[in-house]
Design a protein around this ligand. Structure first.
Ligand SMILES: O=C(O)CCC(=O)C(=O)O
Ligand SMILES: [Fe+2]
Length: 352
């Protein structure tokens, strides 16, 4: 990654600005009404649901504090991630992902056909994870994906699994709040995840980049799943497209907070009441950066479509149903290699 490599260069309209906007950032929401078990105050929970609803409406992004995830578990996985990525390329490639084992290490991800300035390690929440063999809707074959685990650091698997359990718990809680904010039953979304969710955790490492004005750590994109829970370190670089004016806003790192964004799946379930928002990662010429997103994804056979409770004659369904697993495989294909066409997006299912 020395000389300017054309594969990493963003088209001019998508290059990061030199000056970042330090505006009022995304909302910070205190989750203690649901995590502090000594007090259970219905009006506090009602207030929280309102806050979540406005954040989903106005930003599609928010940060949470007092979330109940033990800090030591986060510190453990952050340390394991640093130790893993600090190894030689040769060591890391021993756990490279491949067509038969798609979870693992790689440094060639492309977003919208431009290479990202990063290396990652993916680890599935469930073993095995059931994923369709192809995106063809008539093909019923399903693969069983399993994890690879690096030899070093020794505790990698245990630390990662412990952290994933906490991410799952937090995801369920936040989805309950989102359901309530939409006027649904709290557990409305649970059925899509209880059996065979396809969630995974990603360790991201963004090395210092000699041309941060031309490349991005992750190009602009929307997350496809239900929710993403992100731990970012103190370096910063995540930018969110503000809905009000489409400007890119930097998300200021808040120690021990998690950044939550709703994904395309919640957008479809809510029939566009909530929108999944574009975001990207700006890199830095001096500092490396680490982040850990947890992607909360439903079971592969989930049929994604606007929920019946949210549609009626005045507000008809805006999307044709699609199978989550097929959508995911379609997306995944385009991440493996540079392709000439745009990858699949939910608007391809939009009813005109
Ligand atoms: O590293 C980050 O801050 C965000 C990464 C991200 O958006 C993603 O991996 O989908
Ligand atoms: Fe993302």
């Amino acid at each position: 990654m020395g000389e300017v490599d054309a594969a990493f260069i963003q088209d001019p309209p998508h290059r990061p600005k030199l000056s970042t906007i330090q505006a009022e950032g995304i909302p910070i929401i205190d989750l203690s009404p649901i995590t502090n078990h000594r007090v259970s105050d219905p009006s506090a929970i009602e207030g929280l649901v309102k806050e979540i609803g406005s954040a989903c409406n106005e930003w599609g992004f928010f940060q949470v504090t007092n979330h109940g995830v033990p800090l030591t578990l986060r510190q453990n996985i952050e340390k394991a991630s640093k130790l893993f990525f600090a190894q030689s390329a040769e060591e890391k490639r021993k756990v490279s992902r491949n067509e038969s084992s798609p979870a693992g290490y790689y440094d060639t991800e492309h977003t919208k056909n431009v290479r990202d300035w990063k290396e990652v390690f993916d680890f599935l929440a469930k073993e095995p994870t059931f994923i369709p063999v192809t995106s063809d809707e008539h093909d019923d074959r399903v693969n069983q994906w399993t994890n690879q685990s690096p030899e070093y650091p020794l505790n990698f698997r245990v630390v990662t699994q412990e952290y994933i359990q906490e991410m799952e718990k937090l995801s369920f809680k936040i989805l309950e709040l989102i359901a309530l904010s939409l006027g649904l039953e709290a557990k409305r979304f649970e059925e899509f995840f209880i059996k065979d969710q396809t969630s995974f955790i990603r360790l991201n490492h963004y090395p210092p980049c000699p041309y941060p004005d031309l490349a991005l750590g992750v190009g602009r994109h929307k997350d496809p799943g239900a929710l993403t829970i992100l731990a970012q370190d103190e370096v910063g670089g995540l930018e969110v497209r503000r809905k009000a004016d489409q400007e890119w806003i930097r998300v200021k790192p808040t120690p021990d907070a998690y950044i939550i964004n709703i994904g395309d799946t919640v957008q479809v379930w809510s029939n566009d009441a909530y929108e999944s928002v574009d975001h990207r990662v700006v890199v830095n010429s001096e500092k490396e950066r680490f982040s850990i997103p947890f992607f909360f994804f439903p079971a592969h056979d989930t049929e994604v479509k606007p929920l019946e409770e949210l549609i009626n004659e005045q507000n008809p369904s805006k999307y044709r149903p699609y199978k989550w697993g097929k959508f995911l495989v379609h997306r995944g294909n385009s991440n493996f290699k540079k392709q000439n066409e745009e990858n699949i997006q939910i608007y391809h299912y939009k009813i005109a």
